[in-house]
Unconditional design. Structure first.
Length: 136
């Protein structure tokens, strides 16, 4: 479940995400997480799994758990990047926590490949005899 479904009064200030989060007993408690410890900027894009994004950002906004950062690139060029924090943050009994292994990261790196003996033979032939691999 996304943290936005069980938390209210969600704000972000100087890279710190704060909210009133429900505990399992139904009460709400204040909680916060420093996103600067979990997000970095690569090529003007917000990326989960790094640190120090706040120093590159001109402004931040948050809507339905989606973080939007604006970057001033100079010469009137402004870029925006978004990151859905619902994929990376959870409410664990009233405490905002980083998801240990978010689904999007698992999907990004999970890959299966079916290789048959014929595929391996074709690859080997192309490596060993490249002039026969491309016929015109």
């Amino acid at each position: 479940m996304s943290f936005t479904a069980s938390c209210s009064s969600i704000t972000i200030k100087k890279g710190v995400l704060s909210a009133q989060c429900k505990k399992l007993n139904g009460t709400s408690v204040p909680s916060s997480i420093n996103l600067n410890d979990h997000i970095e900027v690569i090529d003007s894009k917000l990326v989960w799994g790094g640190k120090g994004f706040i120093s590159s950002v001109q402004s931040l906004s948050l809507h339905d758990g989606v973080l939007t950062a604006t970057f001033d690139m100079g010469r009137a060029l402004v870029l925006k990047s978004t990151l859905n924090l619902n994929d990376y943050i959870k409410n664990s009994d009233g405490v905002l926590e980083a998801v240990t292994r978010p689904p999007s990261v698992t999907a990004r790196y999970a890959c299966t490949m079916t290789v048959t003996a014929q595929t391996i033979t074709n690859i080997a032939q192309n490596i060993l005899q490249p002039e026969k691999a491309y016929r015109y």
